[in-house]
Design a protein around this ligand. Structure first.
Ligand code: HEC
Length: 196
């Protein structure tokens, strides 16, 4: 009889403990930002350039040409923007950018302005490579966990890059980008990929 009661008490305690574990997992699971593998850093914390971005998912090519900005555009090049495929797949599923998201922006000069199809702006030379990387765990103090990098403005690009100060890049993104620091208002491909 006595040992039976102890047995019941232990059983109740175990069920209770299991319940706590499940509830805790549910709460932390709901809060945690998903993660995809991707960004690699050297031992000084600089981002290593991940190659293959031209085969990632292409999301847009904004252009603010000198011709439309009194010859003084701040960013006169084409911006070819790509998102790393595992991050894109997660975005398609959840509508959120997971930790480990890498977005590459490669700059191309405006080349020809006349073609058989008509007058226009056509891409010229590769002129620079920038990355935006999200990681709320590695960079809890950066807005949205996003950090910004440049691998230079000429080929060959540098192998590593250090994060810009928050004011240099993140501040403008935070103020003007439509969603989680990313200018999705200019990327209909992302807008369409987002679950409805
Ligand atoms: C004055 C505002 C402003 C500043 C400062 C700025 N950006 Fe951006 N950035 C934009 C806009 C607007 C876009 C989207 C349209 C475009 O590419 O012109 C963009 C797009 C990007 C993208 C593509 C992903 C996205 O978030 O849309 C990357 C990568 C990027 N910027 C990197 C940088 C880096 C690196 C710096 C700092 C050296 C920087 N940006 C500073 C306004 C800014």
């Amino acid at each position: 009889m006595y040992s039976n009661n102890i047995y019941k008490a232990i059983k109740r305690a175990l069920v209770f403990a299991f319940g706590i574990v499940v509830v805790t997992a549910m709460i932390s699971g709901a809060r945690a930002v998903e993660r995809v593998p991707g960004p690699q850093y050297d031992n000084q914390g600089q981002l290593k350039r991940t190659d293959g971005w031209r085969q990632w998912v292409f999301i847009g090519a904004p252009l603010t040409p000198n011709a439309l900005n009194d010859g003084k555009a701040a960013f006169p090049e084409f911006h070819n923007v790509y998102i790393e495929p595992k991050a894109f797949a997660q975005y398609v599923k959840t509508g959120e950018f997971p930790n480990g998201t890498m977005i590459a922006k490669e700059l191309l000069s405006v080349g020809e302005t006349v073609a058989v199809s008509g007058n226009g702006y056509f891409q010229g030379e590769f002129q620079g490579l920038e990355f935006a990387v999200k990681d709320t765990e590695r960079f809890p103090d950066e807005p949205g966990g996003w950090t910004y990098y440049s691998f230079g403005h000429a080929l060959p690009y540098t192998n590593v890059a250090k994060a810009f100060p928050t004011e240099a890049c993140a501040a403008c993104h935070q103020a003007a980008a439509a969603e989680d620091m990313v200018f999705i208002q200019y990327y209909p491909i992302l807008g369409d990929a987002k679950p409805k």
